[in-house]
Ligand binder design. Structure first.
Ligand code: SF4
Length: 376
């Protein structure tokens, strides 16, 4: 339940964008902000790629992108699309034929910049293939691969050049009466990305795909993305996102969700609120949270859990969570259910017990949601 009406300082007013469909996933308008990732297997290795797509989907990815660099990859894409539980975006660079093949293979979206495909005839053929196969397009402007004339005009990659590039690509699609597109303006520099996205948000009503490109490894890339994407999302900008990390795609999905969860924009799984721990802790908070994060990965129901070392902050945090545990004295702590102190539990049995309580609560929340739906 959203409490934004009584806590206005939590409100984020999303930019009003046009909605498009990427396969069966709505992007833009009032649709939930979709989380994407990209496979890093060889696309021609269908088995490995499908396994990675499924793992990403299980972690919560709504849409997965796959590179299509050659004809063999286009053939593999057909198999991948068939076995994927989520819509597949085909990543195409320059080769217009790959774009046509990918649309024919069942891709839900082509990531392609129409201005880079070549002559007018080729552009028209790709757009026709996308239209014929109900395939959307993502214009993906990247500060590192801006058109030569824009680099000459602006002297270096900058937000104005990125947005001008994006608007040029948009114009090509619009001139072909094609409106089923979204757009991104990514840079590895957080300042440049953020400025470009803000300008873009003013310039078009197309759905916006957010990303800080080549953000880095798991730790540094997560921080960079949280700062860059976080402020844009906070301003209401962004309809779908990908966190680019030099890490497993599943990690990208997890980080994407954590960013959205932190801003209350999407909810999935257990949101653990835990203290950093100190000499007052009544149990080992850090090890417990590490263990609970792993043991609760299977829970998809949005809910909250507080794991707090002592009574300084424990009861207060537990008040606002579905399940809570606060360390006490003599090797045991207090379990809180729906904000109220419920029963004591010994520290050595506490992890198993919390997992059980969370599973019980998730089942109850799921049953209530199902009953609500049936009543509608
Ligand atoms: S809640 Fe207690 S244990 Fe945790 S950091 Fe604060 S004082 Fe320390």
């Amino acid at each position: 339940m959203s409490l934004n009406h009584i806590r206005p300082w939590r409100s984020i007013e999303r930019r009003k964008s046009r909605q498009i469909m990427v396969g069966n996933v709505p992007v833009g308008g009032d649709a939930p902000i979709a989380v994407q990732t990209m496979t890093n297997t060889l696309t021609t290795d269908v088995k490995a790629t499908v396994a990675q797509v499924i793992a990403a989907a299980e972690a919560g990815a709504d849409i997965v992108r796959v590179s299509v660099p050659d004809e063999a990859s286009s053939r593999a894409l057909k198999e991948i699309v068939k076995e994927s539980p989520v819509p597949i975006v085909a990543d195409i660079h320059f080769h217009y034929k790959r774009g046509i093949e990918a649309a024919e293979a069942g891709a839900a979206c082509l990531r392609i910049n129409p201005g880079n495909i070549g002559d007018e005839k080729r552009v028209a053929e790709v757009i026709k293939a996308a239209r014929d196969h109900n395939c959307s397009i993502r214009i993906g402007v990247n500060a590192g691969s801006l058109e030569k004339h824009l680099l000459e005009k602006y002297g270096e990659p900058c937000p104005d050049a990125m947005v001008e590039s994006g608007m040029d690509h948009i114009k090509i699609l619009q001139d072909h009466d094609f409106h089923n597109f979204k757009i991104s303006v990514k840079a590895s520099d957080v300042f440049m990305s953020a400025a470009a996205y803000q300008m873009l948000a003013e310039a078009t009503d197309a759905p916006i795909h957010l990303g800080i490109t080549e953000a880095g490894g798991l730790m540094s890339g997560t921080i960079k993305s949280a700062i860059g994407l976080g402020q844009l999302l906070w301003m209401g900008i962004g309809d779908t996102l990908r966190v680019s990390l030099s890490a497993d795609p599943v990690e990208e999905v997890k980080v994407g969700f954590e960013i959205l969860k932190s801003l209350g924009l999407r909810h999935r799984g257990v949101n653990i609120i835990s203290c950093p721990s100190c000499a007052r802790q009544g149990f080992d908070v850090i090890k417990t949270v590490e263990s609970l994060e792993k043991r609760l990965e299977h829970i998809k129901t949005p809910m909250s859990l507080s794991i707090i070392g002592c009574v300084v902050n424990g009861p207060g945090e537990a008040l606002m969570t579905d399940v809570g545990f606060t360390g006490g004295g003599a090797g045991s702590g207090m379990v809180y259910l729906a904000g109220k102190a419920s029963h004591k539990m010994s520290n050595d049995q506490m992890i198993d017990h919390i997992v059980e309580e969370v599973e019980k609560k998730a089942a109850a929340l799921d049953a209530a949601a199902a009953a609500d739906q049936a009543a509608e």
